[in-house]
Design a protein around this ligand. Structure first.
Ligand SMILES: N[C@@H](CCC(=O)N[C@@H](CS)C(=O)NCC(=O)O)C(=O)O
Length: 372
């Protein structure tokens, strides 16, 4: 497998080699053989803020100078310029299922991935050393050990404790990964990609958590190898796959193993979306989140996630009535009703000009990391 070409005149991807969404975007760029150069966010914060409105990973500067951010609209925009077949299924029912899975990977599995990385001692040490060596070394006037400890405290305090993972919710944060693994394993035992013999946006989305976190951090990677070897194999397959000649080769209906993954998606991610949107509507900064009977205390309200829900609801509203009916028969978890509930949600007010990924972006949480 050739490394993507690097050098001036190619797309600049500001990120990190252990970053969730950078891994998702890189998987797509490699698939399409789009050359890019990886650059650090640290030391470039002012440039990123001026260009993209935000410091997060990844932020992209195109060769023509334009800035873009947010892996979801970036991949959609990039794919629209590629030869058919695209990675978005032509079948509207399958396409909607793929969007639901991408959003679950982006917005739900994130908490569990951060928990595995920053709660487990070995993983925490590995991640802190990697980030330090890649991004921080030489940028701070403090000793290495102090910088590592500060980084660990920031990440654990913000992304784990600050995101509702405590003694009571921790078993569920562990379980949510195992639930995803088991459902993916069942799918990859019968086909190479989530929806068939070629990858779709559902696979690229799932590479966010699975490539640079669960498949790479010591504790979840060992679990993946032992418990779900077909998922481990799929991660490598996604990292090397290229567009196939001929048609997209997708399934024609939602089968039981895909339905099981969709149920998990609704029970977790859509339940979180509803409660987050309600808390946003009440003007709160934090809310107590209840998912699958477990409470995550005082999680931060995310305006960005209200926008994600708006995007899903718009995609739902654009479906023909017969497709909606067919999907409703498959999306049986009560939380799925947020997709078709006609009660308005308070608008996020984000990207109202609908220019994403070229808009001035916002972080998922406030200034990037939830306060611990
Ligand atoms: N919705 C964005 C999320 C990007 C994001 O939150 N990236 C993380 C790292 S993978 C980040 O930069 N968080 C802020 C921080 O770590 O300070 C996307 O899909 O690109």
């Amino acid at each position: 497998m050739n490394e993507p070409e690097q050098g001036p005149g190619v797309m600049q991807v500001y990120g990190s080699r252990i970053s969730y969404y950078t891994g998702k975007l890189e998987t797509y760029l490699r698939y399409r053989a789009i050359p890019y150069q990886l650059k650090p966010t640290v030391g470039n914060e002012k440039t990123l803020l001026a260009g993209a409105g935000v410091v997060q990973m990844p932020v992209v500067q195109l060769a023509d100078g334009r800035w873009m951010t947010d892996s979801t609209p970036m991949i959609a925009w990039l794919d629209a310029a590629q030869p058919a077949p695209g990675i978005f299924p032509a079948d509207p029912l399958l396409n909607f299922a793929a969007l639901l899975i991408e959003d679950y990977a982006d917005e739900w599995l994130w908490r569990s991935a951060m928990h595995y990385r920053w709660t487990y001692r070995t993983d925490r040490q590995y991640a802190a050393e990697t980030l330090y060596n890649e991004l921080i070394r030489g940028t701070l006037p403090i000793p290495r050990l102090l910088a590592l400890n500060r980084l660990k405290a920031r990440q654990r305090g913000g992304f784990v404790r600050g995101d509702g993972v405590n003694r009571r919710s921790r078993p569920h944060a562990d379980l949510t990964y195992l639930n995803a693994l088991d459902r993916l394993q069942a799918i990859f035992e019968i086909r190479p990609f989530l929806l068939g013999t070629t990858p779709t946006i559902a696979d690229f989305g799932m590479m966010g958590p699975m490539l640079r976190h669960f498949g790479q951090d010591p504790t979840p990677a060992e679990i993946m190898r032992n418990r779900a070897p077909a998922v481990y194999e799929w991660v490598a397959r996604m990292w090397t796959v290229k567009p196939a000649d001929g048609g997209p080769g997708l399934i024609t209906a939602i089968d039981p193993c895909l339905a099981s993954l969709l149920t998990e998606t609704c029970e977790t991610n859509l339940a979180q979306h509803r409660q987050n949107a309600e808390a946003f509507g009440r003007g709160e900064r934090r809310f107590d989140l209840a998912v699958q009977g477990v409470d995550y205390d005082k999680v931060p309200v995310s305006r960005y996630r209200v926008w994600c829900l708006e995007q899903l609801r718009l995609a739902w509203a654009a479906l023909a009535p017969d497709i909606q009916t067919a999907l409703q028969a498959r999306l049986t978890a009560p939380a799925a009703a947020i997709l078709w509930d006609t009660a308005p949600i308070k608008p996020s007010g984000y990207d109202t000009s609908r220019t994403a990924p070229f808009n001035k972006a916002i972080n998922v949480f406030g200034k990037g990391v939830p306060p611990g």
